[in-house]
Each structure stands twice: as C-alpha cells, then as structure tokens.
Design a protein around this ligand. Structure first.
Ligand SMILES: Cc1ncc(COP(=O)(O)O)c(C=O)c1O
Length: 371
C-alpha cells in the first residue's frame, strides 16, 4: 500500500515537521543562532550574555501570560519528567490527587505514588475520554495535565481550590496555546520543546506565591531528604538571579526567546484563536471524510494543540506515514506509540502554519483516495 504513490508537488508542506515534540524549530532561528557567533554559545551562564537572555525569557513569559507581579518564573535542567519527581519530593506535604487520562498524567501520578510519605490518589478515565478537575479538600495538591499529549485531550475548566491546596498543571504540550488563566493556577510547568518551539532538557515552572511559600517551607524542613539537584529553594534562588543551578543548554534558551518574541507580537489570545482555527480545520476534515474520525468523541475536550484522528482499519496508516517520511514530505504524525491505534497525531503548535496543515490534510486525503 502506498509504495507507488506519487506525491503531487503542490501538496508538499513548506516544512515537514508536524510532530508533537520536539516540535518545529523555525529554520530562521537556527540561522539567527549561527549569527551570534562567538558571543553566546560556549560562554558562561553566570555572565551577562546568558543571564540577560534568561532574564529576557522570564520577562517574555511574564508578559505573554500576563502574570501577576508576585508570580515567579523558575527554571532548571531535566525537562518536565524531572519535575514529576521533584514536585512530589519538594512541593507536596502529604496528599496529591491526580486526574489522569493518558500516559503523561499517569506517569506523574506514578512518580508521586513512589514517594513513601505521599498519599497519592488517582482519579482516572479511559484513554480517549476527557476529564473534569475538581477541588479536593483532603489533598494539599491537585494535579492535572493541560494537554494530554498521548491522547489529545485538554482540560477545559479549573476549579477553585482551598487555601492550603496547590493547583498544579503540567502544561508541557499545551502551555501557551490551550486556554488557561494562570492567575488561578499555583504551579504551571512545561518543557519548551512543544508550543514554544525550542529544544528539550529545560523545565520552566511558573509559581504563585502560595507554591513558592510551600517550596521554601519544605526545603527548610531538615527531616525530609531531597537531592540538591531537586531542591526548590536552590532553583528559586538561582532563577531570581536569572540563572540555573547547573549548566543549561544555551541554545534552548535562545530558541525559546525567539519564539516568545514572535508570540508576544500576536499575544496569548491571538495564539489561542489561531490554534482554534487550526483545530477546526483538522477536526472538520476528519468529520467530513468517511474514513476518518476524531478520536476524542466529546468536542469540548478535543485538543487545540495536538489533534488525534482515527483512521478506518482498511487503511494502512503506518505504510502511508512511512512513504511520506521517506520522501521527506511529512515527519512524525504517528499515534502515540503505546496507544497502538490506527491513527494520525498531528501537532497544531504555533510554529506550524495553517497553510501547511491545509496541505497536510489534502495530501493525506489525496494519498488515501488515489493509492
Ligand atoms: C504532557 C507531557 N508531560 C510531560 C512530558 C515530558 O516532557 P520532557 O520530555 O520534557 O521530560 C511530555 C513529553 O512529551 C508531555 O507531553
């Protein structure tokens, strides 16, 4: 199937990268990085060139999300997965409740569940279902995932939580694009390799005063052992000085800053509107074609960052994906590997253009209808 299919040149997207992470880093950013020559890469992260870049990123995020002035932008190395453990170790007092609907939200739950002193509770739905997040007075942290990347489900409503409860959101693949009022969230964290079109390895945690206070309180508790690399006070102190505790990838900051400059020109609301337009295009296409259907049944939970589209079993999606990949026309639109569905998973991230998504949908249909 598809071996002899000829791709019409007018349907080839201008950039083949539609993966859900790492995402498309614009080629002009790569060129801009090369132009920094000897002045940035390979210089110390304790000196002005890099510290000013980190500061610009922190300020760019504060502006983009319209953060309250008492919120902190904290950064460190290790990516979002690292935070699954360090949030458990350094931010939960006794009990966390996890709303899970896919691989990443479950992984976070499992990380807390392994910490001996945490009572971690999982509230879950089957893969493909959306989940409603509720306050729980018996927990000191509520954990949810803004965009469950494995299934393409978003959280649409956030509860008001009790005074001593931290509302924590893993925003890794939806952060910056899926609607969320950060002034209602205590801990909003992500790696910048998705919507923010940078590379992996960094984590960013936007913290309310309540979350910051909790972090400092637990860090001061000598009876709890937390490895230095996961110490929240150390991360906060360094971030307040526009640094990370240990050596970061400077190019990651550079790409993130370039994206933030671009995204701040459009604004958070503008980016949300544009991603809704992309989502309408892709889900509309899936509803129109009789061999496609959106995987997420309930429309309000369908992601505006990562679209999951089921395909009729008669069509060999793996063969089509292989063909498009071998021709360097389209990369990484396979379903999340553990989901094991005959499915396309297509990122709708800010740096993926509407015009390219239009071409992609037309190309897939053309291939299926003409093979
Ligand atoms: C929702 C979500 N959380 C966490 C992660 C893990 O991120 P990292 O690779 O930065 O550890 C991912 C990665 O895809 C993700 O999609």
């Amino acid at each position: 199937m598809f071996e002899n299919y000829q791709i019409p040149s007018e349907l080839i997207p201008s950039d083949p990268r539609f993966g859900s992470g790492p995402s498309l880093v614009p080629v002009q950013y790569l060129k801009a990085l090369a132009e920094t020559g000897v002045n940035l890469i390979g210089t110390s992260h304790r000196k002005p060139a890099v510290k000013n870049l980190v500061k610009e990123v922190q300020e760019g995020l504060a502006k983009y999300f319209n953060l309250p002035s008492d919120y902190s932008v904290v950064l460190g190395n290790g990516g979002a997965t690292f935070l699954f453990d360090s949030i458990g170790l350094g931010l939960v007092e006794k009990k966390s409740v996890h709303y899970t609907c896919g691989e990443f939200s479950s992984k976070w739950y499992k990380a807390h569940n392994r910490v001996p002193w945490i009572d971690a509770e999982e509230v879950s739905v089957d893969f493909g279902q959306g989940i409603a997040i509720e306050n729980r007075s018996d927990a000191d942290m509520i954990c949810c995932t803004l965009n469950e990347t494995s299934t393409g489900v978003i959280v649409t409503d956030f509860p008001e939580v009790d005074g001593n409860t931290i509302l924590a959101v893993d925003a890794t693949s939806g952060g910056g694009q899926v609607p969320c009022d950060l002034s209602k969230i205590d801990l909003y964290f992500f790696g910048p390799q998705k919507v923010f079109a940078s590379e992996g390895g960094l984590w960013i945690a936007i913290m309310s005063p309540k979350a910051r206070e909790r972090a400092l309180k637990i860090a001061a508790d000598d009876s709890r052992y937390v490895p230095d690399i996961m110490n929240w006070k150390t991360a906060i102190d360094n971030s307040d000085k526009n640094q990370t505790y240990n050596t970061p990838s400077i190019s990651t900051f550079f790409f993130l800053n370039e994206t933030l400059k671009d995204m701040n020109k459009v604004g958070y609301e503008g980016v949300q509107k544009e991603s809704q337009r992309k989502a309408d295009l892709v889900y509309g296409w899936a509803e129109e074609k009789d061999y496609l259907s959106p995987y997420i049944q309930e429309a309000k939970y369908r992601s505006t960052a990562v679209a999951t589209i089921d395909v009729d079993d008669k069509i060999d999606t793996a063969a089509l994906i292989k063909k498009l990949d071998s021709e360097k026309a389209v990369f990484n639109i396979d379903a999340y590997r553990k989901l094991g569905r005959n499915q396309f998973r297509i990122a709708l991230f800010h740096n993926i253009s509407f015009a390219d998504l239009e071409k992609l949908t037309k190309l897939i249909s053309h291939a299926i209808e003409n093979q």
